[in-house]
Design a protein around this ligand. Structure first.
Ligand code: F6R
Length: 623
């Protein structure tokens, strides 16, 4: 997500801030800004675009001052613009703040502060933190920060600076990284170690709920009540490159491990307790206090209720997410859904009218085929909805309505966290539509929401024991052909697993609907051929087992993926990997994880360039 830096010491702050932001640009790069205190004033400069735009603006007018904070942004609330770039201030420019994360209750806080006469200048959630400081300030800077933290719900790493307290910076952490670097006569703050690694290797890694009062020659860590916390210094031994990857060997592995957080962040906006209002069409759909809401969707619910056909259009991994989305919408909202490859859709004269909803899924929001398909769909009169990870992307600008995955920048070419966040969003959208169309009863809705909330922790569980996956990748990483089979949603996930393996390990992998093997592909199953068999869909379980027996009878080496508690599968095959059990609709979010890891470790075994596979680009902006 966003990158944060802070400096307090004897040296000029701005060069460190810009250097630190350069190291963090991989975390977010749609706008950037700095604030520096000098001569009783705070100088702020911000610029939309890459960090270079800010550097250009500062040419010849670098602010003097020995205290400062900086931010490079990956937009979540409010499109990329100078106004929405951080730092943000209160009404009088006394309190300055940079933030990484999402303040969930910002709308309610903003309404409260507006009613008190506060003047907001941005569309961000962050700005409420600066105005809250102004509202609650009692002369005690750190004490007021603690009061503000008690009002804020959500995730954050925050750094506050005050015109009245230039001798200190105060920072706080909840669910987002924050580190304080110890120097001599100077101290540093950063969201991530790469920003400070060339200044110091002595750090305090803050834990959730901790607050740091950082002065040039002292650092005090407290809890949110202001009670001191005893903290051990952590000496960083990583080199700069490893630090950028958070200590992981590759961005892909880091991003696989980021999935629980990415999913939590994506769900955050849509599962909440909210009062239904005329303006946002929010609907309360579960009686345990949780609701699925889509405040961003400005369509009249009547339109969503009366849609007679949905197209989901995308490329590659996003297309595979669309295939899962079809199951969700058809099963829950009982609407007819077709899934199309974007490169095919616009040339096949699709049947579209004003009761058709077309959904375009794209991590980057810049894929040329997907964009062109959306334009065609609009031309034919359909309503268009974009699901993308990049605020302000071309797809987001072109669409009638947009829903955002909050996965943060995805740097590895092979998509992982974008896929799982797309699945989560599709699931919540389907459940929302189901409520509008009254196709799922309240008990089932409540059950699904409660299972949905467990998914991030279940993914973390899946990520704890990767040794069997490594072993399998080492044993079979040099096979030239691998088959993936499954039925129903397992088949959709098999397609994604096979794509991951192909693109980063260059192993020829094919995914088949398990029932389809006997119509030709079975001819390729001979002794020793690895087959990955997904068997998590309870409604077709027995049929899947029959298909697995078919390949086993041809002496394939079969590795199964099953839900915890399954005692059947291991009787027939060579090895089983288990994922936590959940509803069969949600289990693709779990089964894909071992497949991502399998592809990753197979690529490592073969010595491939995991993050930059040959012939591929992260964003395909040509047809
Ligand atoms: C595979 C992968 C690609 C993308 C595809 C669409 O790991 O990343 O298949 O999914 O190029 O990209 P977006 O989602 O940016 O439209």
């Amino acid at each position: 997500m966003c990158g944060i830096v802070g400096y307090i010491g004897d040296k000029s702050a701005a060069p460190f801030l810009l250097d630190g932001l350069t190291k963090l640009e991989y975390r977010g790069y749609d706008s950037a800004g700095i604030a520096v205190y000098g001569d009783g004033n705070i100088f702020i400069e911000k610029a939309v675009g890459r960090l270079n735009a800010l550097k250009e603006k500062l040419k010849g007018r670098m602010p003097e001052g020995v205290v400062g904070i900086g931010h490079t942004r990956w937009a979540t609330h409010g499109r990329p613009s100078d106004r929405n770039a951080h730092p943000h201030t209160d009404c009088h420019g006394n309190f300055i703040v940079v933030h990484n994360g999402i303040i969930e209750n910002y709308m309610a806080l903003k309404e409260e502060l507006l009613a008190k006469g506060h003047n907001f200048t941005s569309e961000t959630d962050t700005e409420v933190a600066a105005h809250l400081m102004e509202d609650l300030y009692d002369g005690d800077f750190a004490g007021t920060v603690c009061k503000v933290l008690k009002r804020i719900e959500g995730s954050y790493s925050l750094v506050f600076m005050s015109k009245d307290h230039p001798e200190e910076l105060i920072c706080a952490k909840q669910d987002n990284p924050l580190v304080v670097g110890l120097g001599e006569g100077e101290n540093f703050i950063a969201s991530d170690i790469p920003a400070i690694i060339n200044k110091t290797r002595s750090t305090y890694i803050l834990n959730d709920g901790e607050v740091a009062i950082v002065k040039k020659d002292s650092i005090t860590i407290t809890d949110r009540e202001g009670k001191p916390v005893n903290k051990k210094i952590f000496n960083v031994s990583w080199n700069a490159e490893a630090a950028e990857k958070g200590g992981y060997e590759h961005f892909m592995l880091k991003e696989i491990h980021e999935q629980p957080k990415a999913i939590r962040d994506t769900m955050r906006g849509f599962i909440k307790q909210i009062r239904p209002s005329k303006n946002n069409h929010a609907e309360r759909i579960a009686s345990d206090g949780s609701s699925i809401v889509f405040p961003e969707l400005k369509w009249d619910p009547e339109f969503l209720r009366n849609i007679d056909k949905v197209y989901i259009v995308a490329c590659g991994t996003a297309y595979h997410a669309g295939l899962v989305g079809k199951f969700y919408i058809e099963k829950l909202a009982r609407m007819l859904v077709e899934v199309d490859l974007a490169s095919e859709f616009r040339y096949r004269d699709p049947i579209i009218d004003n009761k058709t909803l077309t959904i375009f899924i794209s991590q980057s929001g810049e894929t040329s085929d997907t964009l062109a398909a959306m334009k065609e769909s609009k031309r034919l009169g359909a309503k268009t909805l974009a699901i993308t990870n990049v605020i302000g992307s071309s797809l987001a600008r072109e669409a009638d309505q947009v829903l955002y995955t909050i996965a943060g920048p995805e740097i590895a070419v092979a998509s992982t966290k974008a896929y799982t966040t797309q699945l989560i969003l599709m699931f919540m959208l389907a459940l929302y539509m189901a409520q509008l169309r009254k196709t799922v009863n309240e008990d089932r809705t409540r059950e699904l929401i409660s299972l949905l909330k467990k998914i991030p922790a279940q993914i973390s569980e899946t990520l704890t024991d990767v040794d069997p996956i490594k072993t399998f990748a080492r044993s079979y990483g040099f096979n030239e052909h691998v088959f993936y089979i499954g039925r129903s949603l397992d088949y959709c996930v098999a397609l994604e697993g096979a794509l991951k393996l192909k693109e980063i390990s260059y192993i020829h992998a094919e995914a088949y609907a398990a029932g389809e093997l006997k119509h030709g592909t079975l001819a390729l199953i001979v002794e020793g051929v690895p087959v990955i068999a997904l068997a998590t869909q309870k409604s077709v379980y027995d049929k899947t087992i029959s298909n697995i027996k078919e390949v086993k009878a041809r002496d394939a080496v079969v590795i199964g993926i099953a839900a915890a508690g399954d005692t059947e599968l291991e009787k027939y095959i060579d090895h089983v990997m288990y994922v936590p059990d959940t509803d069969e609709l949600l289990i693709p979010l779990l089964t894909v994880v071992p497949l991502q890891l399998l592809a990753y470790y197979a690529a490592i075994t073969r010595g491939c360039d995991v993050d930059k596979p040959r012939n591929l680009a992260k964003s395909v902006t040509v047809e």
